[in-house]
Design a protein around this ligand. Structure first.
Ligand SMILES: [Cu+2]
Length: 512
């Protein structure tokens, strides 16, 4: 039977961020076409058959993004964004985390199943300026496109805006055995989708652009490139798409309505490839797609758009014909069994602007909001109480696990969300049922991934535990310690320091 080709975005159109008064439409930047930057692969300092050692430095730099002045930017082992990390499952990974910034940061592995709260790198794992920390982990999860970003509450959004985000590719033998494009930088290409506003002298100004519903800019920036062009030298390209924007959703499609095939979501391959001409990503979501240029010839150009704004131009060069066929089955998924007496966890995301909350509360670093036994499969019903007439898609993210999407308002999930995920867009008025299981004990955050909502308190945390074993105690950070550290590093009085996430609490008369 011929595969259907889906030609719509699946999401409720009324919930697109274009609906909100603060929406900033994309416009094409006045800048020349520039070769797409491909982040270098981060090389291990040392490697054996069983272990690999890496050093990651959060650093300041400057980047030529537009003609004229360079832009002050931040990155990991790079002036902007970061080198791409590639970790094989089963290998013991050691990472030295160095902070060469002027302020504290954390290194969060978004999509990796690593122990929380320290290795995971949320707010409880600060690395202070000039200091280093060592972490190590061994991955046991499917091949996936994941990422690394800063997560120091409540300044995650500003640090990601400065550029602290990098792609992390997880490899396994199954994925390597499939007839997919596998050559990084040639036919296996990262595409980190972000948006920025350039102010005087080509600088970014997070404070000036601040919007508690998420900061946006009118200029699309792909892998830290404005108006990128990519030279296609193979018939097929695998694009690893990451919505690395603070708030923007991307509604992706190609010129000529070129159909493409989604092969993977956030945290794994899809069980089966899905053919489509339209793909929407919400914040922090990933998708891997395979694009086949067989109907194009050297000299042709194929353009990737979001809405009607071009993002990347693919310039077709001569290529060797590729007759490989994608398998009908990509990944066998065995959903864990939920015992009938396991209660359903209910989670409510509410509000917009400063009123955002989870279960009616704003995040408190010292409060454990929920517990779940390691290995227990549990349904989580995640509701977005924004109304259809005036609301937003809230992308719901859980640290330290890969979940399955079971249903949306009792109906089947979208065709392209049958793989493992860690972030799911929840439409206004919708309840999305997830199947969540943790494999490691620890403390893990769950939150909206519109990063300003997260900083504004739309976040909570769960402690996972091994039944029958004594509960470990974790040193949890607190807002006073972090705020005082930021104030000292910035040389300002903590009482007058501008920290927008905290504004959200104060306007609501709440404390962090
Ligand atoms: Cu949100």
């Amino acid at each position: 039977m011929a595969q259907p080709v889906y030609d719509h975005y699946f999401f409720d159109e009324s919930a697109y961020n274009t609906h909100d008064g603060g929406y900033v439409p994309l416009v094409v930047a006045k800048a020349p076409a520039t070769p797409l930057k491909i982040p270098a692969l981060c090389q291990p300092d040392q490697e054996t058959a069983t272990d690999a050692w890496y050093t990651l430095e959060a650093q300041k730099g400057e980047s030529q993004l537009l003609p004229g002045a360079k832009t002050q930017t931040w990155g990991y082992n790079a002036p902007l964004l970061g080198q791409t990390l590639a970790f094989p499952v089963g290998k013991h990974i050691h990472v030295t985390l160095k902070n060469a910034l002027d302020e504290l940061t954390t290194f969060h592995w978004h999509g990796l199943t690593v122990s929380g709260p320290y290795v995971d790198g949320g707010c409880h794992a600060p690395v202070y300026p000039g200091e280093s920390k060592h972490i190590d982990f061994t991955l046991d999860q499917p091949a996936a496109t994941t990422w690394l970003h800063a997560h120091p509450c409540p300044s995650t959004a500003e640090q990601v805006w400065h550029g602290l985000a990098a792609m992390v590719i997880v490899h396994d033998q199954h994925e390597a055995s499939l007839p997919l494009p596998h050559t990084y930088g040639v036919d296996d290409i990262p595409l980190i989708l972000q948006d920025r506003r350039f102010h005087a002298d080509n600088q970014w100004d997070y404070h000036a652009d601040y919007d508690p519903d998420g900061v946006q800019g009118p200029t699309a920036m792909i892998n830290g490139t404005i108006n990128p062009v990519f030279a296609v030298t193979t018939q097929k390209l695998r694009l690893r798409l990451l919505d690395g924007a603070n708030r923007r959703e991307w509604r992706l499609h190609f010129s000529d309505d070129l159909a493409f095939t989604q092969i993977a979501g956030d945290s794994s391959l899809l069980p089966k490839p899905v053919r489509m001409t339209r793909l929407m990503l919400t914040c922090a979501e990933r998708a891997e797609i395979v694009v086949d240029f067989k109907n194009y010839h050297a000299g042709d150009t194929v353009t990737l758009f979001s809405d009607d704004v071009p993002l990347v131009q693919f310039q077709i060069h001569d290529y060797t014909p590729d007759t490989t066929v994608l398998p009908d089955q990509l990944l066998a998924i065995q959903a864990p069994v939920v015992k009938p007496d396991t209660p359903v966890r209910k989670i409510v995301m509410s509000g917009m602007d400063e009123t955002v909350a989870i279960d009616g509360k704003k995040f408190n670093m010292q409060r454990i909001d929920a517990t779940q036994a390691v290995g227990l499969a549990q349904y989580w019903d995640v509701t977005n109480t924004n109304d259809m007439a005036n609301g937003m898609v809230h992308p719901f993210h859980v640290h330290g696990t890969e979940f399955l999407v079971i249903s949306r308002n009792g109906q089947a999930p979208y065709p392209n969300e049958h793989g493992y995920k860690d972030t799911v867009g929840v439409n206004p008025g919708e309840t999305v049922r997830l199947l969540v299981r943790f494999d490691l004990p620890g403390v893990y955050m769950y939150h909206c991934h519109i990063i300003e909502h997260e900083d504004g308190g739309m976040m909570a945390q769960i402690q996972t535990y091994e039944p029958g074993k004594p509960l470990p105690t974790y040193h949890l950070m607190d807002m006073t310690t972090l705020t005082n550290a930021f104030a000292k590093e910035r040389g300002v009085d903590p009482k007058t320091m501008w920290m927008p996430g905290m504004d959200s609490y104060m306007k609501m008369g709440m404390k962090m």
